[in-house]
Design a protein around this ligand. Structure first.
Ligand code: NAD
Length: 366
């Protein structure tokens, strides 16, 4: 199969880990007889340096001409967010990219194999075993896309961010969650703050309406604060977590800690109308470790596997990458983020590139 992929490395660890994901995709192409063409372009701070814009027209144009997009991360050190290069970087680039192509549903699988239970910080993990839940996060509504304003009156500074949802936005992402639950354990947990927010009351109403078409799926509603607590107490109780944009952002980072590291958590952002997809790790640009060959490339590599599955329908190829990643972890290969605290003697500390080498080796052995 011939496919064109836009590659947007972005900032921080983005270029390092994206390069590794491209290597894995090339290995897959060779193994299965596909032809992938990779087209690189800038986004985020890297684009600002070259074009004076975080999401330049050349990048927009490229993204409209490919079969899928592989993205690293954008943004600089939080302490430098006042600099022009980083000011509103994520809002001007990533959020615009999501909006431009209507990537309205974000899928974040939180999977921890039984044999890797040592990566889970919860004491009860040993007793409960593998963890397998998926966060479906609405991606182009909510407070991220409302009005953002600053003002000053009588010397007092104030700020306003507006959250809004319409029923169509909720309906399309809720359908993704129910469809996915059909192929899994048949349970959707919808997250909101309906005791306080009007957007949440609408969210709950529409989710209930969608549920009428899925009588076989068990639906429960949970307030976001309670959900955070339950994710730590008993995450095994969840199957598909359906969330508005802001709550999903926060809860999926919590979820990342349950499977050991943000460096393990991939994501797919899908336009539910056309099926076009953007694939990126759930974490950020990790400026604290950028350029050190220390970042865990697995989240980016698993995002590439999601690209193969969702955009190209290459199911066997996607599973092969996932199996290879499972094998390196089971065999004790660890990047630094998975190293501290585990202390097992059989483990080996690897760099970003070495971890990818190991994954490609296991891929070849399958
Ligand atoms: P972050 O996700 O970049 O990092 C949080 C912690 O996780 C850091 O200690 C980092 O070293 C670690 N980490 C993240 N990915 C890792 C990986 N692959 N391997 C090993 N460790 C990893 O969050 P932050 O530090 O709060 O934000 C840094 C920048 O990233 C900010 O500018 C923020 O706006 C941006 N950001 C971008 C995205 C995105 O592009 N999707 C998402 C979140 C944050």
């Amino acid at each position: 199969m011939n496919k064109r992929i836009a590659v947007l490395p972005g900032d921080g660890i983005g270029p390092e880990v994206v390069e590794q994901a491209v290597r894995v995709l090339q290995a897959v192409a060779q193994k299965y007889g596909h032809h992938f063409e990779f087209y690189h372009s800038e986004i985020g701070g890297a684009a600002f340096e070259k074009y004076g814009k975080h999401f330049p027209d050349t990048t927009k144009e490229l993204c409209s001409q490919v079969n899928a997009i592989l993205l690293g991360s954008v943004g600089g050190p939080v302490a430098e967010s006042h600099l022009l290069k980083w000011q509103n970087c994520e809002r001007n680039s990533l959020l615009q990219l999501r909006k431009q192509f209507s990537f309205n549903a974000n899928i974040r699988p939180l999977f921890l194999d039984e044999k890797l239970i040592e990566l889970c910080p919860l004491k009860r993990a040993a007793q409960y075993g593998s963890l397998d839940l998926v966060v479906i996060r609405e991606l182009i509504g909510d407070i991220y896309f409302g009005k953002h304003e600053r003002s000053i009156s009588d010397g007092i500074r104030s700020a306003i961010d507006v959250a809004s949802y319409d029923e169509k936005q909720i309906y399309s992402v809720a359908k993704v969650a129910f469809e996915l639950a059909k192929a899994r354990r048949g349970k959707v947990t919808s997250v909101d703050k309906a005791n306080v927010l009007e957007t949440s009351r609408l969210w709950r109403e529409v989710v209930n309406e969608v549920a009428l078409s899925y009588p076989e799926i068990k639906l429960e509603h949970i307030l976001v604060d309670n959900c955070a607590m339950k994710m730590v107490q008993n995450p095994w109780d969840f199957d598909v977590l359906l969330t508005p944009n802001l709550f999903g952002d926060i809860l999926s980072d919590l979820g990342a800690s349950l499977i050991g590291s943000l460096g393990l958590l991939p994501s797919a952002s899908i336009n539910t109308g056309s099926g076009f997809g953007l694939y990126e790790p759930a974490g950020g640009s990790a400026p604290d470790i950028a350029g050190k060959n220390q970042a865990n490339p697995i989240a980016q590599i698993l995002s590439a596997a999601m690209l193969l599955r969702h955009s190209f329908k290459m199911f066997e190829e996607a599973s092969a990458i996932e199996k290879a990643v499972g094998s390196v972890l089971k065999n004790g290969f660890r990047t630094r983020d998975l190293w501290f605290g585990s202390g097992a003697r059989s483990e080996e500390l690897l760099s970003t590139v070495e971890m990818t080498d190991a994954i490609i080796r296991f891929l070849g052995d399958l």
